[in-house]
Write a protein that binds this ligand. Structure first.
Ligand code: HEC
Length: 220
């Protein structure tokens, strides 16, 4: 897998708060302080080690890898049977529903994002925006978009969170709904405009990064 940057391990060492110097305490207080110190130390002991991190990375990748293909099959079937305009409606319901279902099944946050999003919920956060920008840079430098992904363990709100992004490349069939506006069939354009008045997801050419499939997975 062509990684555009190795996963940086977040320095997630937790400060073990020393409440009060134990020597000056009466025994009962010292016992409480010791318990408190133990309490704060426990999560640090649960930090995933390198083996656990590798397993988290692999299981995340394996779980989400089939999703883009499933969506592509759904799009192709719907377009073949009902035409691209109908597929806009199918996509607007089924794609987010598939991500919701995968999120419910796993307990992770799974969604699709883009720097030029169609779905109003598809705005990337800072980590995702950086990954997308780096994917664009890598593609401009000649990388195959199908191989691009990024993963990183970060600390958010005191918790270790695994972040993952897999690039979604624009394929020739995608431009029916995401290509230059002039090239989008007028019934498809009308359908998109009625469902997504603030659409920003046109003007893409095959080979460009259309967006990313992203996962946020709280590790502990
Ligand atoms: C039939 C029209 C249609 C086709 C073809 C299509 N899309 Fe979309 N796409 C949509 C619609 C509608 C949405 C908004 C609903 C949603 O979130 O899925 C969308 C949203 C997305 C998003 C989520 C981010 C955003 O912009 O909101 C990504 C990523 C995406 N499409 C990628 C692709 C890729 C890659 C292909 C080709 C493999 C493709 N699409 C083909 C209609 C289409």
């Amino acid at each position: 897998m062509n990684r555009i940057a190795p996963p940086r391990s977040a320095s997630a060492t937790r400060p073990i708060t020393r409440l009060i110097p134990g020597a000056r305490l009466r025994p009962a207080l010292a016992a409480i302080a010791a318990l408190l110190a133990l309490g704060t130390a426990l999560p640090a002991a649960a930090e995933p080690d390198a083996t656990a991190r590798a397993a988290i990375e692999t299981s995340t990748r394996e779980r989400v890898a089939p999703l883009p293909k499933k969506l592509l099959d759904l799009l192709q079937t719907t377009i073949a049977e009902h035409g691209a305009a109908e597929a806009v409606s199918a996509c607007s319901e089924k794609a987010p529903a598939a991500a919701r279902k995968a999120s419910e099944d796993t307990g992770w946050q799974i969604r699709r994002v883009s720097q030029r999003n169609r779905n109003p919920g598809g705005v990337p956060d800072a980590w995702e925006a950086k990954a997308l920008a780096d994917f664009d840079t890598a593609v401009a430098a000649g990388a195959d978009p199908a191989t691009l992904e990024r993963s990183e363990f970060v600390t958010e709100g005191g918790r270790t969170v695994f972040r993952y992004a897999k690039a979604l490349a624009t394929q020739p069939m995608c431009v029916t709904c995401h290509g230059a506006p002039d090239g989008i069939p007028s019934d498809v354009r009308a359908r998109i405009a009625s469902v997504y008045p603030d659409d920003r997801a046109t003007g893409f050419a095959p080979g460009q990064i259309r967006g990313a499939l992203v996962v946020k997975r709280v590790v502990e």
